[in-house]
Design a protein around this ligand. Structure first.
Ligand code: UD1
Length: 364
C-alpha cells in the first residue's frame, strides 16, 4: 500500500479535499491519511464541515489553533515535521488551497524529500499584501504535481517558469462538493428559518484582513451594508475575525440587516443558491456563486479567480464600499451577468485528481 498524506487546516480546505479523498478510496493500492492541522478548530469553522461533507475523522489533528502568521506557520511546520518523521513511508503529501497550513506542510514535505501535490495551483491576485498570495507562490514553487482549476492558472505557472509537465488542468473539486450536496442544501430551506423569501435577499460575507482589520475601513463597509439593507433584506453570517472587530466598533446590525454566527456548509450553500445576490471578499464564494449562477459582488480590488468574471457571475467592486449600494441596485434592476459555467467545473475534478495521484505513487 502507498500512503498519501492529505492535509486540511482551515474552513475552505474541507470542501476541496472531500471529493479527492472519496475518489482515492477507489484505488486499492492507495492508503490516504487525513491530517487536520487545527488552524480552524471551532464547531462552526471546522467540525460541522466534517459531519456535513461526510469527511472521515482525521487520522491526526495537530491542534495548532490561531496565532500571528509566522508563529502559526512555524508551529504547523514543527508538528507536521514530526508527523512526517513518524510516517517515513509516506509517498506523497497533498495540500489544497492557499491557507497557512497549505504552505507550511508543503515546505516541510519538500524539505524531507516527500513529493508535494498542490490542488488549486497557479491562482494569482498579484497582490503580495494578501497572505494567501505568498502561500500560493511558495506552495507552487515547491510542488511536484500542480492541479489547476482553470486555464489562466496554467498561464500564470508558465510565466513563473514552472515545468508544464507537472501541471494538470483538472477542474474545480470545490464545485464537485457543491454539486454533490446542492439538493440536500436546497431541501433544508435555511432561508425560511431567517424569514427570507427565495430570490428576495442578499447574503454577505467578509473576512479578508484588508477589509476587516482596520476599524475605520470596516466602519465604512458596515455603513454601506446598512444602505444595502434599505434595498433588500441582508443576511450577514459573521466570521470570527470580523466579529472581534465589529464588537470593538459596537455594530449591532441595522434595519434590514440580520447578523448571525458562521453557518454550516449545507445551510450556507442553500442560502447562496436562493439569494438574489451575494456580496463577499472570499475566494471560494466567487467560484460557488459562478457555479450556481447567482450574481456576486466582490469587495476587493483584485481577484486570483478571473474566470469567475470572464465566464461567471462575479463583478469586482474595488475597495471602495460606496460602490456596494449602486452595484446592488443595478442587479435589482435586472443588470445581471449571464449564467455560464467554466469548463471542467463538472463535478468530476476529484476523480481526475485522484487518478493522477494514484498513478504517481504506484503500488508499494
Ligand atoms: C484563514 C485563511 C484564509 C481563509 C480563511 C477562511 C490564512 C492566511 N488565512 O483566514 O485564507 O480564507 O481562513 O475562514 O491561512 N478563529 C476562531 N475560530 C476558529 C478559527 C479562527 O475563532 O476556528 C478566530 C481567531 O480569533 C483567529 C481569527 O479567527 O485569530 C482568524 O483566524 P485565522 O485562521 O488566523 O485566519 P482567517 O481570517 O480565518
Amino acid at each position: 500500500m502507498s500512503e498519501i498524506i492529505c492535509v486540511v487546516g482551515a474552513r475552505p480546505n474541507f470542501m476541496k479535499m472531500a471529493p479527492i479523498l472519496a475518489a482515492l478510496k477507489t484505488y486499492p493500492w492507495v492508503r490516504p491519511l487525513l491530517i487536520h492541522t487545527g488552524q480552524h478548530y471551532d464547531e462552526a469553522m471546522s467540525r460541522v464541515f466534517f459531519t456535513e461533507l461526510g469527511l472521515p475523522v482525521p487520522d491526526r489533528n495537530l491542534e495548532i489553533g490561531s496565532d500571528a502568521h509566522g508563529k502559526q506557520t512555524g508551529r504547523i511546520m514543527i508538528a507536521f515535521d514530526s508527523l512526517l518523521e513518524e510516517r517515513a513511508k509516506a509517498r506523497l503529501v497533498v495540500v489544497v488551497g492557499d491557507v497557512n497550513s497549505t504552505m507550511a506542510c508543503a515546505l516541510v514535505a519538500v524539505k524531507r524529500g516527500v513529493p508535494v501535490a498542490h490542488v488549486e495551483a497557479g491562482l494569482r491576485s498579484r497582490d503580495r499584501t494578501m497572505p494567501e498570495e505568498i502561500n500560493r507562490i511558495v506552495t507552487d514553487m515547491v510542488s511536484d504535481l500542480l492541479f489547476a482549476t482553470s486555464p489562466d492558472a496554467i498561464e500564470n505557472l508558465a510565466q513563473e517558469g514552472i515545468d508544464r509537465g507537472k501541471v494538470h488542468l483538472v477542474g474545480n473539486p470545490m464545485i464537485d462538493t457543491l454539486k454533490t450536496h446542492l439538493a440536500a442544501a436546497r431541501a433544508r430551506d435555511a432561508n425560511a428559518r431567517f424569514s427570507l423569501a427565495p430570490k428576495g435577499y442578499a447574503v454577505v460575507t467578509l473576512h479578508r484582513p484588508s477589509n476587516v482589520d482596520d476599524s475605520a475601513g470596516l466602519g465604512r463597509i458596515l455603513e454601506a451594508l446598512s444602505g444595502l439593507g434599505r434595498l433588500l433584506p441582508v443576511l450577514f453570517p459573521i466570521h470570527p475575525r470580523t466579529r472581534e472587530q465589529m464588537a470593538r466598533l459596537g455594530f449591532q446590525g441595522a434595519p434590514g440587516v440580520t447578523l448571525c454566527e458562521p453557518l454550516g456548509y449545507l445551510d450556507f450553500l442553500g442560502l447562496m443558491d436562493k439569494a438574489k445576490l451575494v456580496l463577499t471578499d472570499s475566494g471560494g464564494i466567487q467560484e460557488e456563486t459562478t457555479a450556481l449562477g447567482v450574481p456576486c459582488l466582490t469587495l476587493r480590488a483584485n481577484t486570483e479567480r478571473p474566470i469567475t468574471i470572464t465566464e461567471g457571475t462575479n463583478r469586482l467592486l474595488g475597495d471602495d464600499p460606496a460602490a456596494i449600494v449602486p452595484a446592488a441596485a443595478s442587479i435589482l434592476a435586472g443588470d445581471v451577468p449571464p449564467e455560464r459555467s467554466p469548463s471542467l467545473w463538472d463535478g468530476k475534478a476529484g476523480e481526475r485528481i485522484a487518478a493522477v495521484l494514484a498513478a504517481s505513487v504506484g503500488d508499494d
